[in-house]
Design a binder for this molecule. Structure first.
Ligand code: GLC
Length: 659
């Protein structure tokens, strides 16, 4: 078998990245032909002799939208070189090609992503669409003009985009028990994401969070797989319910993640940095794995047609198999191919997590080979795409990766691109760009915030509040958009403060309802003369294992400052209410008796006013706990169905204000 020269060896030709200003009706070939004229010298061996005829030959099957997708995939696959196929299996971080976008052409990249915080400057809807379209033009300059897939973590709205509508993180959406609302949320998220360029989101996380010490608990809809499955209406929100919806400007390809058992690992088994549980080992039997960890994927694939799946960094170790050792999900042929693709019938494509294969045993070539042969289809290789392509080409050349596996992977990827309509409309359709962060979108997010609030205590009818009451508010988290949004917001880890993106804080929501409000972050302002004290406690932003209990000093306990604020306010003001703005239950056993009322607000996102809506009775409290609330950290993991189950508040608990 003779391989085409690796793209990286090609003569480097500076191209002028085109900035498009609107939906292109010219389609793939005209844009590509223009770029080919500048990108690859006519004398080059790569100037496709067919370009001129292809540009005008509508009979080229893969370019004919009237033909069935399967026919188009087969025709295109048959035209591709091995190097071009491997290019389609390769995803790079945009930052690695931004200085020389012609790399996209030379490497024949199938996809780019924006990791958390990888944003254009300025970070505006128009700049996003221009950036993605600029990269797209380079993909279209390849010999066969295969358009690029652009992926992004729109996990609670398009969090990377300043001005986007930021929804409550999934744990709050799980508390709503409202599948219709989560579908509405993700339709809005899809609209705002696609209108600004990316056609693919790495969401929803269908993780089942079994141990609240996990830094990604807030990315989960809850601890009960049945609840997670109910909330997978999110996938319909992203993708629509018919295959042809994927080509619409208000839909994106969804990714269910992280397959599987990411939220079910054993504390202390993580081998990544100073993480303690994230990316750890799921020690379980096949029977329990199927019931807890795999069940959401069966629903995601067979009911909702999820277009892609992202295997987890974590490992599985079978307790029902004597001598079983931990196997990384990215290396598990049993779970990626035999179970997911063959048994469950997944026809989409698998995208590896960020650099995930480098955590596999062996050298890089071994890692590549192991994961491809296990069933991985596309590889998120943020900064080493050329090396990945060369390693895989060598493995194919040596016969250690069969071409049938390459063809299967590429067929799955191309199918998604055809279904998304990218060959007909590769550039951003900006029809909906004006709806980004619109009042209508924010109203839905505000309703989601209200429905996510869980009332855990309400003695002496402390709630609902009255607008005439003189209210004292304490706690940094009352007035910090960054803290109320949490991780995956403008940056990967998120950030405290009020300047990164527009929204309303919880305090602003309260001030909109009541005339007489005193705010004192550290509760040092005089408290006399107030009818109600509100202390807002909670966490500061984190993402992934950075938020694990044990990593960087994180615990489930309240901070000393929060405990002091509760003591000061609740001892001085007759009626005292505590709000917890956090990504998971915190240990409040000692403080709860000091408060008349307690509300779990989770991570509400940009529309903090939704919290005031339930505090003042404009909307009822309807939220229910999506995770068990422990009495102490030592009780973790503690989940509904445990034999010995004695939490502070059980899974599903939640009062209405009428109590
Ligand atoms: C991260 C996360 C994954 C995310 C990906 C791209 O490490 O594990 O959820 O989609 O990288 O940002």
């Amino acid at each position: 078998m003779t391989l085409q020269p690796a793209r990286g060896a090609l003569p480097r030709t500076r191209t002028t990245g085109r900035r498009t200003t609107g939906r292109r009706t010219a389609g793939v070939l005209l844009a590509a032909a223009a770029l080919v004229a500048t990108a690859v010298p006519a004398s080059s061996a790569l100037a496709d002799p067919g370009t001129a005829t292809a540009a005008h030959d509508r009979t080229t099957a893969y370019l004919n939208p009237k033909l069935p997708v399967a026919r188009r995939v087969s025709d295109l696959l048959g035209r591709m070189t091995t190097a071009e196929k491997i290019g389609q299996m390769t995803q790079a971080e945009r930052g690695s090609v931004d200085a020389d976008p012609a790399q996209i052409t030379h490497l024949g990249l199938g996809s780019l992503l924006s990791g958390g915080g990888s944003t254009p400057k300025p970070n505006t809807p128009g700049a996003w669409a221009d950036m993605v379209d600029g990269y797209q033009a380079h993909a279209l300059a390849t010999r066969l003009h295969i358009p690029l897939l652009y992926g992004i973590d729109s996990v609670h709205g398009d969090g990377n985009l300043v001005g986007a509508t930021i929804f409550p993180h999934n744990i709050g959406m799980g508390a709503t028990r409202d599948p219709q609302l989560v579908a509405e949320e993700e339709h809005i998220t899809a609209t705002e994401t696609r209108a600004t360029g990316p056609q693919w989101v790495f969401a929803p996380c269908v993780c089942v969070a079994r141990d609240d010490r996990w830094g990604r608990t807030y990315e989960s809809f809850g601890e009960d797989p049945a609840l997670v499955r109910r909330m997978e209406s999110a996938i319909d929100g992203f993708q629509g319910t018919r295959t042809k919806d994927l080509a619409r400007p208000d839909r994106v390809l969804a990714t269910v993640k992280h397959y599987a058992g990411d939220g079910d690992t054993t504390y202390g088994t993580s081998t990544t940095g100073d993480y303690t549980i994230d990316r750890g080992v799921t020690r379980t039997s096949h029977r329990r794995f199927d019931a807890v960890d795999l069940a959401p994927y069966v629903t995601a694939v067979q009911v909702h047609g999820a277009g892609s799946v992202m295997p987890s960094y974590s490992s599985v170790q079978w307790t029902d198999v004597p001598g079983s050792q931990p196997v990384k999900m990215s290396a598990s042929k049993e779970l990626l191919t035999d179970v997911l693709k063959r048994k469950i019938g997944f026809e989409g494509f698998l995208i590896s997590d960020w650099d995930a294969i480098t955590q596999l045993p062996g050298d890089f070539a071994t890692q590549v080979r192991t994961s491809v042969n296990a069933g991985m289809d596309m590889f998120m290789q943020p900064y080493d795409a050329p090396q990945f392509e060369q390693a895989l080409a060598a493995e194919v050349q040596a016969g250690r990766v069969p071409m049938s596996r390459i063809d299967d992977a590429v067929s799955r990827i191309l199918r998604a691109k055809f279904q998304l309509g990218l060959f007909e409309h590769p550039f951003t359709d900006r029809t909906n760009i004006g709806t980004v962060g619109s009042p209508a979108h924010r109203a839905v997010a505000r309703r989601a915030v209200a429905e996510s609030q869980v009332l855990l205590k309400n003695d002496h009818h402390a709630l609902p509040l009255k607008p005439s009451q003189r209210i004292y508010v304490a706690g940094v988290n009352a007035s910090d958009l960054g803290n109320q949004a949490g991780g995956w917001t403008v940056t990967w880890q998120g950030q405290s403060g009020n300047t990164a993106f527009p929204g309303t804080t919880i305090l602003q929501g309260i001030q909109n309802e009541a005339k007489n409000v005193t705010y004192s972050a550290d509760a040092t302002a005089p408290m006399s003369g107030h009818d109600v004290g509100i202390v807002v406690v909670g966490e500061t932003p984190y993402a992934e294992g950075v938020g694990d209990v044990g990593t960087g000093g994180h615990t489930l306990g309240l901070s000393a400052t929060d405990r002091a604020n509760i003591d000061r306010v609740c001892s001085a003001i007759k009626t005292c209410l505590v709000l917890d703005v956090a990504g998971r239950p915190q240990i409040i056993t000692g403080e709860l008796p000091k408060a008349d009322a307690f509300v779990m607000s989770w991570l509400p996102g940009s529309e903090g006013a939704g919290v005031a809506d339930v505090l003042f009775g404009k909307r009822p409290f309807t939220g229910k706990l999506p995770v068990t609330w422990p009495r102490s950290e030592a009780q973790e993991p503690i989940n509904v169905g445990d034999v010995h189950y004695d939490p502070l508040f059980p899974y599903g608990y939640g009062l209405t204000a009428k109590h």
